[in-house]
Design a protein around this ligand. Structure first.
Ligand code: SF4
Length: 389
């Protein structure tokens, strides 16, 4: 039986590379057209090619989303665009419109995955999609565990489900709140996340439709046991740091399941890490029960900006590491280093140098280049964060 795939989002080339080296098996990206995240940087054809080459060298796959709701005016150019993307080396398209399924399967040797935007929630739909040669279905986020298992058992289809990140308050792909409030079409890449707004009821009360984020870490073992093929992380606009922390945490959980070494202690540790990196509360939503009041905020929602990411290792010369700084830290601070090898190393900051190699006491300029001497060996792209454990 194939091992489950850990599927990461990436909003640009830097994130794609971080995802590849921090444990993703595959990465999904958006092109500059036809993709649902208009605010992500999104990839040009040249960047798709570079991203595919980078990923393929590491044995990873790259999927491209073509999952807007197509109107007539969106169709011009899509056929040429698909050919360009196939030539750039993409492994699969994630589509939400059935006319694209036949076109891609009849003309190219790449996989077609049905987007969650189509809200596929039952076995008969999946059986129909199998007759159309669809390779994988991304189920609606609202499908529970027993239905997922029945769909897999009765159809044999490759099934992908979301395991982590933001949820829609309304059935994904069926919401037009953003259109009404801001004239931005949620289903053509422009969602303004109206459901997250805090709406005043009167001078003292406010109301929000926001739901908690999804976090399936404690169900990973069960999800593997029922035969889910791919675990998807939400968030093409998430930071490289968020991706590195979330991916490496799920990587450790998944690997521990397969090596039969997953303990409650390991799981507790990973759940602590995952809840720390997110700035919202989380829940497993529809997996074991119907979502209810406990999965919602309604009021009193607080999002604390996350200052945990202190810097990334850009280069190394003997024991001198070049760091790009992100948030404030100083001499004497205890910090954690996370590495692409999935290690977590605790150190104290004993020295710091500016870009002229002059000693400094604080790192307080985001995006500045710094140097640190370390007597440990850590790889490029390791990240420094405040201690989580
Ligand atoms: S407004 Fe909220 S529920 Fe609607 S599409 Fe945007 S994120 Fe989803």
């Amino acid at each position: 039986m194939k091992r489950v795939e850990l599927l990461s989002p990436a909003g640009d080339l830097e994130r794609l590379k971080i995802a590849c080296i921090y444990g993703a098996d595959a990465i999904y990206i958006g092109g500059q057209d036809y993709s649902l995240r208009a605010n992500a940087n999104n990839f040009s054809i040249a960047e798709i090619k570079e991203g595919c080459e980078f990923a393929h060298k590491l044995g990873k796959k790259v999927y491209l989303t073509l999952n807007i709701v197509f109107h007539n005016e969106d169709i011009d150019g899509v056929y040429d665009y698909i050919k360009d993307v196939v030539d750039a080396g993409i492994d699969a398209f994630i589509v939400s419109d059935l006319f694209l399924v036949d076109y891609i399967k009849n003309n190219f040797k790449v996989e077609v995955h049905l987007s969650t935007q189509l809200s596929i929630s039952n076995k008969e739909s999946v059986k129909f999609l199998k007759t159309r040669k669809v390779d994988r279905v991304v189920l609606a986020r609202e499908v529970g565990r027993d239905d997922i298992k029945e769909i897999i058992d009765e159809t044999g289809m490759d099934i992908e489900v979301f395991i982590h990140g933001a949820m829609c308050t309304f059935v994904s792909g069926r919401c037009v709140l953003s259109n009404y409030f801001t004239n931005r079409d949620s289903n053509r890449g422009g969602c303004a996340q109206i459901c997250r707004f805090s709406l005043d009821i009167n001078d003292e009360e406010n109301f929000s439709m926001a739901v908690k984020d999804l976090n399936m870490s404690k169900f990973i073992k069960d999800m593997i046991s029922i035969g889910i093929r791919s675990f998807k992380i939400e968030g093409r606009m998430r930071s490289p740091f968020y991706l590195a922390v979330v991916l490496s945490s799920y990587r450790r959980i998944i690997d521990a399941v397969y090596s039969n070494t997953l303990t409650d202690d390991i799981l507790d540790k990973e759940m602590k890490i995952l809840s720390r990196v997110s700035n919202r509360e989380n829940s497993s939503h529809f997996y074991m029960k119907e979502a209810d009041l406990s999965d919602q905020y309604y009021s009193g929602r607080q999002e604390v900006s996350n200052q945990d990411y202190l810097g990334i290792v850009l280069d190394k010369n003997d024991n001198i590491y070049t760091i790009r700084q992100r948030n404030y830290f100083k001499l004497g601070d205890d910090v954690e280093i996370i590495t692409p090898n999935m290690d977590i190393i605790n150190i104290k900051i004993n020295n710091l140098y500016n870009d002229k190699m002059e000693p400094i006491e604080v790192a307080n300029q985001a995006d500045s280049k710094l140097f640190i001497k370390l007597d440990i060996d850590i790889p490029k792209f390791s990240m420094i964060r405040v201690p989580y454990l």
